[in-house]
Design a protein around this ligand. Structure first.
Ligand code: BGC
Length: 761
């Protein structure tokens, strides 16, 4: 199949929508609350926000053509409805300039926008031209101007350093200049998924207020209105550092190469690198204003529950109610501070306070030492600080001193040479599951716990084992819910006759990508910016209810790659430049999704931090950086939330495609981390031969690496060569194929049991 064909299929779910509009109980409210809590107030000079009964002139076409989500599989939801910024502010009863808003509505109607082409998306739209007279009238008749600046990004392409992408477009500059000349008080609402250049905020002397309103899904306008009007005080905080210039980002010199993506900045991702040059930071990680003020006072640090507990009192010292955020940073010897815990208060009235406890796991003290291939605790002082950001640590709450270097955990390397890898693969070859005496076990009796999984597997033929290692083939499979992203499991008559059900998948993460009207959720970055895992968990619990309604088994999300660089096209789906924050928020999403039996599929494992040439790109990362930055969040989610499924990435990691990467998937994920669930590929994989076993190719190579299912599927393992030749240099062993099937079926068994349990609740 040609690469173009593959790409076309990988994108292909029709836009047709069927069925009724199912409103998941409580979903709209959960989306609105989570969205509003993610909004980050950057600037609020002269208390220009919130607005009350002032007369407001609303500018910028994105008030009508609001970006609700980014482009690609992570945003392709047939939304139930969408509330634009203009609709939301109007519904909130604000005194908007009616004539101006009407002009925007009419002009946007007459000049419709298009998303562009797959991978070459419309990142920004042309602005409505305004003449001097219109601006003069609006300035004369209104007290404040609000300008909505919008930017989107999407899958399979990165933003570039062009106007209208990372930089403001000419249209946007022109609009801002016109408004800045005529209005005394200007508020900018940034309707963005990626961080863009924001150095221009200080180029216009009348910009008093600036707020990142992100892309907040279907309730966008309402959530924005909640914060603009002060019904809710902003409590979102940045999940990425905003540098003064693109060149200031530590990854900027190394990002974007189509072939080799060298992670030369190493550990210095985002604030970890910029910490040493704070003058390059425009707004730091963790930053976010409120309409009120908080005093956060530490109440000491103690050792408890196998880690450390810091107490803190969050007191509202201002004149409005709001939620405060306590951030704990850990400063290890010779390292930049790292976010180690955070806790948000409930809504506090002026004068009110709340005591929060922040837990810091002991392993946060550890660093990876590549020489001994182990996690170690360095000799020296470890300081625990409260801070508003890594560059604003205001109170040391405690410290511990380690008097000698300690090895905490010895590991197997995951970046070793091919020879040693081959020996390790051979040493760990799974045994064959003996031939079954009973050839008629139905899978339903395995689900019920009456029969053993291995006895069921033992009766399967090589063809059946092979069919379990692949999806059916097409997206929108006729075997399942309309518009599904692909199915596996009972994909043939034979497998179904044995009682194996069809298992379907749907993207994620901003809602279900099926041919029904579904809820459109806020983007990942906005959710993380809420620093409120509970809110995220509650929202995704409702998403699971929607999955149950439509019969969706696996939600392909959350997306949890690290925001290494602001240009990455899929940053909107991801959470943060920080692995700890990513791990906490992704765990919350998984817990919500899986609470009543559905399966989450965390993705993309690993280092899919760039979209340019993502199918062939090689992410070249040293083992320390890999483990401490790019894998840590995955580890946290597996440890804390036990997701049922994980998806490999399209790209290579240190020369080996993730879907063939034995060290990532077997050595690390399964053996070191103890992952017991299902590993699936991203949608299609590159065909290749194993360097360790040159006769082993494609799906056999993948199964040997420990990647269970090729999605959306098509060809399985070449069974003929396997039956006629059991030489491991040339083919898989029966034991390997059986182990693979046992993992797939173990997943299906657990899923069906949990779904059954969920439906009794
Ligand atoms: C994306 C995945 C997505 C899959 C199915 C791929 O192109 O990388 O995130 O889940 O398509 O739509």
């Amino acid at each position: 199949m040609s690469e173009e064909k593959v790409l076309e299929l990988a994108q292909g779910i029709s836009a047709e929508v069927v069925g009724d509009r199912y409103n998941t109980p409580g979903m709209a409210d959960a989306i609105r609350r989570a969205g509003a809590e993610g909004i980050v107030l950057l600037r609020n000079d002269d208390d220009v926000l919130p607005v009350g009964d002032e007369r407001l002139a609303l500018f910028g076409r994105c008030q009508v053509d609001t970006f609700y989500v980014g482009y690609g599989s992570g945003g392709d939801v047939k939304a139930l409805h969408k509330v634009s910024v203009l609709d939301g502010l109007e519904a909130a009863g604000l005194r908007l300039d009616k004539e101006l808003s009407r002009s925007y509505r009419d002009w946007c109607g007459a000049n419709p926008v298009s998303a562009g082409e797959w991978g070459r998306w419309a990142y920004s739209y042309p602005e409505m031209p305004l003449d001097e007279e219109q601006i003069r009238r609006a300035a004369a008749e209104n007290d404040k101007a609000i300008v909505v600046i919008g930017r989107a990004a999407g899958e399979d392409g990165d933003l570039s350093l062009k106007e209208g992408e990372y930089y403001l477009s000419q249209d946007e500059r022109e609009l801002l200049s016109q408004i800045d000349k005529s209005f005394e008080q200007v508020i900018v609402l940034l309707n963005i998924g990626n961080i863009i250049d924001l150095s221009w905020l200080s180029d216009y002397s009348h910009i008093k207020g600036a707020m990142i309103i992100w892309q907040l899904g279907q309730e966008m306008g309402h959530a924005v209105a909640d914060v603009v009007t002060g019904r809710i005080s902003p409590s979102g905080h940045l999940t990425q550092t905003i540098a003064r210039r693109y060149e200031d980002y530590p990854s900027s010199a190394y990002f974007g190469d189509p072939d080799r993506n060298e992670y030369k900045e190493g550990l210095d991702v985002g604030y970890r690198g910029l910490y040493r040059t704070p003058e390059r930071i425009l707004y730091p990680f963790g930053y976010g204003l409120s309409y009120t003020t908080f005093e956060i006072t530490g109440r000491g640090l103690s050792e408890a529950h196998g880690g450390f507990v810091m107490g803190a009192e969050i007191r509202n010292t201002g004149r409005r109610s709001g939620k405060g955020l306590a951030q704990v940073y850990l400063k290890k010897p010779n390292r930049s501070p790292e976010l180690a815990a955070f806790a948000k208060s409930d809504e506090l009235a002026p004068g009110e306070s709340e005591y929060v406890e922040l837990f810091i796991e002991k392993d946060q003290l550890d660093v990876f030492d590549p020489d001994s291939c182990s996690y170690i605790r360095e000799k020296g002082d470890y300081g625990f600080f409260l801070g508003n950001s890594p560059i604003d640590l205001y109170s040391r709450q405690g410290s511990i001193c380690i008097d000698r270097r300690q090895i905490v955990k010895k590991c197997e390397t995951i970046t070793e040479s091919s020879d040693q890898l081959k020996q390790r693969i051979i040493d760990n070859m799974p045994d064959e599951i003996g031939t079954a005496s009973d050839q008629r076990i139905d899978f339903s009796s395995v689900i019920k716990g009456e029969k053993r999984l291995c006895d069921f597997v033992a009766q399967l033929s090589p063809e059946e084992l092979s069919d379990l290692s692949r999806g059916e083939g097409p997206m929108d499979s006729s075997l399942s819910v309309k518009g599904n992203t692909g199915v596996f499991g009972g994909i043939t008559e034979r497998l179904r006759s044995r009682g194996i059900p069809v298992v379907n998948t749907s993207d994620g993460p901003s809602g279900l990508r099926i041919n029904y009207y579904c809820a459109l959720l806020p983007i990942g970055t906005a959710l993380a910016a809420s620093y409120n895992p509970l809110l995220v968990e509650q929202m995704y619990e409702r998403e699971a209810d929607e999955m149950k309604h439509y019969g969706v088994d696996i939600f392909l999300g959350p997306g949890m790659n690290i925001q290494r660089n602001p240009l990455c096209g899929r940053n909107f789906e991801y959470y943060s430049e920080d692995p700890y924050l990513t791990g906490r928020i992704a765990s919350a999403a998984v817990r919500g999704l899986e609470r009543h039996g559905a399966a989450a599929c965390i993705k993309h494992f690993a280092c899919n931090d760039q979209e340019t040439n993502r199918n062939r790109n090689d992410s070249c990362v040293d083992e320390r950086t890999l483990r401490e930055i790019y894998l840590k969040a995955f580890y946290m989610v597996i440890r804390d939330a036990h997701p049922k499924c994980i998806m490999t990435s399209y790209n290579k990691v240190n020369g080996v495609w993730s879907h063939y990467n034995y060290d990532l998937v077997t050595t690390l994920l399964r053996r070191e981390w103890g992952f017991k669930g299902l590993v699936i590929t991203d949608w299609w994989m590159q065909m290749a031969e194993s360097p360790e076993f040159p006769g082993v190719r494609d799906n056999a190579y993948r199964v040997r690496a420990g990647v269970n299912v090729l999605m959306p599927g098509g060809l399985g393992v070449d069974v003929a060569s396997f039956i006629h030749d059991d030489n491991i240099e040339r083919t898989l062993t029966l034991g390997e194929l059986q182990k693979n099937a046992a993992e797939v079926l173990g997943f299906i068994r657990d899923l069906k049991r949990d779904q059954d349990y969920g439906s009794c609740l």
